[in-house]
Design a protein around this ligand. Structure first.
Ligand code: ADP
Ligand code: MG
Length: 390
């Protein structure tokens, strides 16, 4: 990759990120698209998947929350947690594309089923505490996305896995999820709750047991005895699986740091999104995660960039002065609109420069804003065309 241009010791533009180079490199096995909500993670992940498939790779895209029409266009009509072939790929038989929507609860259930014998699995799945944990525990969605990634990688049916990430409120959730779930499952509180059930009756431990009962007694008052029993049965049943969960979380964490993985941070050219992107970039660096670059999505460019905002506005005013009639009002509107576009493009460029000044070594790609939402393969192809670099 080329070095960023440097003038007087300060970088003025980022090294270009050529996404095509990343997807054409057979050593790239996993691409993770992350960023704050609404910036286009799902769209970019799908566009990368399609582009890579049409350039000859065997791709699976793991989406988390695709907009309905986009999901339909990829043949995803139900949340069944299984990769489905995407029809309409123009790969001449060389590449292929599968896509799936992550069903968080189903993924959790599958882990339980694969780690416990059928009776015990049924007992866990029916447990109300498990049911609420598997569908609402903060970070579960992030954890399950990573879990699914591990499964897809182990299946080894695809040579490229593109991962969309959940719309986390903060970047931290995503990277912390495996450890957080691990911590939660081995957590002190849970150990304490399960202890009386294990120790119950043993005379030598009566004192200790009394202490535990006091604690659990207090907790029972707060959370209710039924729930406490649920938790205790759940944790007893899960006990045998603790090792399994931790192992899997560690496997996925290693996978994320492996040389075949590339993280792409997606951002909109807006102040808040870029601030989050900065934070994400720093976090990935701290964790030694392989960051490939930043994709600035929904960038506005003007088709008539040589006409400056100032001249455009001046022309609009001149027209207005000359004639208030309807014959020119359309022209005036167009000129004002053009001026607005130019201002917006300038402000986006300024924000991008500011990001690069703070992170001079992070390569950047830009994806133009489309006039409409992206909801079919044609739209994804248009987005993909900007991955060639320019
Ligand atoms: N380059 C683009 N031009 C126009 N619309 C876009 C572009 N990228 C994404 N969108 C639209 O923005 C919305 C949010 O995109 P999405 O990919 O769902 O974001 P995220 O997954 O980050 O929440 C969708 O309606 C999508 O069609
Ligand atoms: Mg999304």
């Amino acid at each position: 990759m080329s070095e960023p241009q440097v003038r007087g010791g300060r970088p003025v533009s980022a090294a270009p990120l050529v996404v095509d180079r990343l997807i054409d490199d057979r050593r790239t096995r996993i691409i993770v698209c992350c960023g704050s909500g609404g910036v286009g993670k799902t769209t970019i992940a799908a566009a990368i998947g399609l582009r890579a498939a049409e350039r000859g790779r065997h791709v699976v895209v793991l989406t988390v929350d695709p907009a309905r029409r986009l999901a339909q266009s990829m043949g995803l009509t139900s949340l069944d947690n299984t990769p489905r072939p995407v029809n309409g790929i123009r790969a001449g038989g060389a590449g292929s594309m599968h896509a799936m929507m992550l069903d968080m609860k189903r993924t959790f259930d599958e882990i339980v089923e694969s780690h416990a014998d059928p009776d015990r699995a049924a007992q866990i799945l029916a447990n109300p505490f498990y049911q609420s944990l598997s569908s609402s525990f903060a970070g579960t969605q992030e954890y399950m996305a990573m879990e699914k990634l591990g499964q897809l990688r182990r299946a080894d049916e695809w040579d490229l896995i593109v991962v969309d990430t959940p719309p986390s409120r903060s970047a931290l959730d995503f990277l912390d999820a495996p450890q957080r779930l691990g911590r939660f499952l081995d957590g002190r509180l849970l150990r304490l709750l399960v202890a009386p059930a294990r120790l119950g009756g043993r005379t030598g431990l009566r004192m200790l047991n009394a202490g535990f009962s006091l604690v659990t007694g207090a907790i029972t008052k707060i959370i209710g005895s039924q729930l406490l029993r649920d938790v205790q049965t759940f944790v007893s049943a899960m006990d045998t699986m603790f090792g399994g969960f931790r192992e899997r979380a560690e496997y996925t964490y290693r996978l994320l740091r492996a040389p075949g993985t590339a993280f792409l941070v997606i951002a909109a050219p807006e102040h808040d999104a870029l601030r989050e992107a900065s934070y994400f970039v720093e976090r990935l660096e701290q964790e030694d995660m392989p960051l490939a670059g930043l994709i600035l999505n929904r960038v506005h460019r003007s088709p008539a960039a040589r006409l400056s905002a100032a001249r455009s506005l001046a022309a609009a005013e001149a027209l207005q002065d000359a004639d208030n009639g309807e014959s020119t009002s359309l022209g005036i509107t167009a000129l004002r609109l053009h001026a607005e576009r130019m201002h917006q493009a300038e402000s986006e460029r300024r924000l991008a420069r500011r990001f690069t000044a703070a992170h001079p070594l992070v390569p950047m790609a830009q994806v133009p804003a489309q006039p409409d939402d992206v909801h079919d393969l044609i739209g994804l192809r248009v987005i993909g065309a900007s991955f060639a670099g320019n």
